[in-house]
Design a protein around this ligand. Structure first.
Ligand code: AMP
Length: 416
């Protein structure tokens, strides 16, 4: 199948080809005809599958053919980074069409707010927004949503995780009832199905190999103790020949202290976490995208939606608690038909987590042997788990995590 087969508007097709897309990805093959047919849709697809273009293209085709100058499509996304990336994809695809868009997100300076406001007032065709900031513009009364024909929720599961459920319902309250609604989510927990029931009308469903990492990723683990993690990381970054790497750690305290360690080893690295200003975060991502910055360390906040091409190494400094997060993290490499390496550090406490991941991806991950020089490093005493984070099931305040351990069962009544 080719993009010509969709009968897209000519200028739009030109934009697609100029972006270097030649063949539709599986999610695009499955969803584009459904959306062009006017049906509501619930699609289970992760970042890296081409899901953004799978909804942008049919919606942009509709706009290009209707030659309108109203805001007709609203895309809701969980983070400003994702909103900006979607906006960039619109810009690329729309290059020959005259379709306009505006990303609307919080955290920028006064100038960013003004620019967003002007874009909204100029009736851009597509608004891509994080729910919180959109509500602020909604209450200021400048948004006109009466001509919206398409609503898209991107990474809906993440939006619910971030507590945007009420904001989403409030925004939907401002939209015309007659519209086409498309919901994209990487996972399909019960809450998503409930949301889908509330806002979609007799939707078509598309599932794309949920929870399976891209085939081009070489997945590896190292079995080690916490004292070996940083030396191994340094050796991978210095001697591995990787050009663009992301390191994931579970908490920002670990991100910060690792950052110091790597800097100390003269590795060109930046830390990405929630304590940074929006402009600092943007600057780091831009340098990383432009390949001026070879290494970035972050928490899971980095793992979804970051669309950077040419990342050849992902390291899980610790094993993510949720197996789905593993898939999201390693999905940062080997995007759209390239190859990459994903290395996970596994200590004794994380063996259970590793097992859950292997169950989810339905295959064992190759174990690599530690370099000889690192084998002799002694394990730190148990109380000095500086980089390993709290032991599984243990909170930082020392309390046991009730979710993980569950409540104690009441004693059985004694038999008479
Ligand atoms: P996404 O899953 O939407 O985050 O897309 C992942 C990456 O794949 C982005 O960099 C897209 O520009 C790229 N992409 C999307 N569709 C195609 C396609 N049909 N051919 C090649 N690359 C694509």
């Amino acid at each position: 199948m080719t993009f010509q087969d969709f009968n897209f508007n000519e200028q739009l097709l030109e934009g697609v080809l100029s972006m270097g897309y030649t063949t539709p990805t599986p999610i695009q093959e499955m969803t584009i005809p459904v959306i062009m047919n006017g049906d509501d849709l619930i699609a289970c697809a992760q970042t890296g599958t081409g899901k953004t273009a799978s909804y942008l293209l049919p919606v942009m085709n509709y706009i290009a053919n209707s030659h309108n100058h109203h805001t007709t499509a609203l895309v809701l996304a969980p983070t400003r980074e994702l909103a900006q990336q979607i906006d960039q994809q619109v810009e690329g695809l729309a290059y020959f069409t005259g379709i306009s868009s505006q990303a609307v997100f919080g955290g920028g300076d006064g100038m960013a707010y003004e620019q967003q406001r002007r874009g909204i007032q100029n009736n851009v065709n597509i608004i891509i927004a994080t729910p919180g900031r959109l509500i602020a513009h909604l209450t200021s009364g400048i948004l006109k949503f009466d001509k919206i024909t398409h609503l898209i929720l991107d990474e809906a599961d993440r939006m619910l995780d971030m507590g945007f459920s009420d904001d989403i319902m409030r925004i939907i309250g401002y939209l015309p009832k007659k519209r086409q609604t498309l919901l994209f989510s990487a996972t399909m927990p019960g809450r998503i199905r409930t949301l889908a029931k509330a806002i979609l009308n007799d939707p078509q469903q598309v599932n794309i190999a949920i929870s399976q990492p891209a085939a081009g990723i070489d997945q590896q683990i190292y079995r080690l103790h916490d004292g070996q993690k940083t030396p191994l990381l340094k050796s991978l970054l210095k001697d591995g020949g990787y050009l663009s790497s992301i390191i994931f750690a579970s908490r920002k305290e670990i991100v910060k202290s690792l950052y110091k360690e790597l800097k100390g080893a003269h590795i060109n690295v930046a830390a990405f976490h929630s304590d940074l200003q929006q402009t600092e975060r943007e600057e780091i991502l831009l340098r990383f995208k432009n390949k001026q910055l070879p290494v970035i360390i972050g928490t899971d906040a980095l793992s979804r939606g970051i669309d950077v091409e040419g990342i050849d190494l992902v390291v899980n400094y610790d094993v993510p608690g949720d197996p789905e997060d593993y898939v999201h993290r390693i999905g940062r490499t080997a995007r759209a038909a390239t190859t990459g390496t994903a290395i996970t550090f596994v200590n004794d406490r994380d063996l259970k987590r590793l097992k859950s991941i292997e169950q989810l991806i339905d295959k064992p991950i190759t174990q690599k042997e530690l370099p000889e020089a690192l084998k002799g490093i002694e394990a730190p005493p148990k109380e000095e788990r500086s980089h390993g984070g709290p032991a599984s099931g243990q909170r930082r305040d020392g309390q046991r995590n009730p979710k993980r351990f569950g409540k104690k069962k009441p004693p059985r009544p004694a038999a008479n």
